[in-house]
Design a protein around this ligand. Sequence first.
Ligand SMILES: Nc1ncnc2c1ncn2[C@@H]1O[C@H](COP(=O)(O)OS(=O)(=O)O)[C@@H](OP(=O)(O)O)[C@H]1O
Ligand SMILES: [Mg+2]
Ligand SMILES: [Mg+2]
Ligand SMILES: [Mg+2]
Length: 352
Amino acid sequence: MSLDYTTEQQVAVAAVRRACHLTSSVFNKLVKNETLVKGDKSPVTVGDFAAQAVISTILHNAFPQDLIVGEEDASDLRAESGKEMKDRIVALANEALTEELALGDNTNWGIGPGQEKTDAEILDAIDRGNHEGGSTGRMWTIDPIDGTKGFLRGEQYAVCLSLIVDAQVQVGVIGCPNLPIDPAHPENGTGCIFVAVRGKGAQQLTISGANPTPLSIPPTTPESLNFLESVEAAHSSHSFNDRVSSLLNITRPHTRMDSQAKYCALARGEGGAYLRMPTGVGYKEKIWDHAPGQILVEEAGGIVTDSRGEPLNFGLGRTLGENYGVIAAGKDVHPRVLAAVKQALNETKAKA
Ligand SMILES: Nc1ncnc2c1ncn2[C@@H]1O[C@H](COP(=O)(O)OS(=O)(=O)O)[C@@H](OP(=O)(O)O)[C@H]1O
Ligand SMILES: [Mg+2]
Ligand SMILES: [Mg+2]
Ligand SMILES: [Mg+2]
């Protein structure tokens, strides 16, 4: 039975749109004391916190029972040392929640002019993302800024939201404010939203939520195939991708891009394959870094697995558990990439 997720899709697009508006305007005004370094040494900005607060508030108004797995938490902002940053985040989140965007998207979910939230409500909205995940029931994932390093460089980043029901991703929405609307026509500007609903296909919208264009991954020719990969060498192994690419006789250079914009580019026919292999032992991929990208690529006709060909498991908690690496590609290309990845892994084992 295919359930109807029309309302979830509408709310998710509205939330991502507002968050994209916020992150784009924050980028131009970011100052030094608006970025923190987290316990795992990764950066987080006022934009990440405020965008999570906005999305979480809108979700909670629309679906008060739903659980949320969000990347960020507000503990640093509740400390005395976080006061300045907290004040800025509350102001940014309220601005984004109350401003009137087009399309009347502020009418149904308890947001809009005069509906400012208190400091405590904004911090609680961020912390509502503390759910531990699991294999049953409804939960949303929020990655308020995926590719924070790309965001800080002024390059690609993505505002990412998904609805997971009983461990299956049912709705995925990804906002990419810096992604060209049409890669063949850069003069048309940047800013797109990607939407997928299980069984209903994938679409690209404008950043204002209009002009839905269906997406489907075209068959790849040897000449058009290349890999999409992370910018940060610490996040995925560039040398492994080089080896797989030479096993497949790929001659085009890799396309490097931060964030789930890679899944979006793949879904509209750029590249042909996204390959992400771990650089060392110990790091477990987070569900919010892959859930919306997975449904987007699958609904555009592609396949997403780990490096052993296993499906990504979104029911194990906040991480993908033992899933090792990610291969996303069109249906025709995926089996070939998987075979080459297995061969390259065997070579690595033989050398060890
Ligand atoms: N060691 C390691 N290995 C693999 N992945 C890691 C690692 N450390 C961090 N991360 C996660 O990478 C997310 C960003 O990866 P990306 O694919 O967006 O882009 S890039 O690697 O920065 O180019 C990034 O997401 P954000 O924190 O939302 O930016 C992290 O969740
Ligand atoms: Mg982060
Ligand atoms: Mg991320
Ligand atoms: Mg993030």
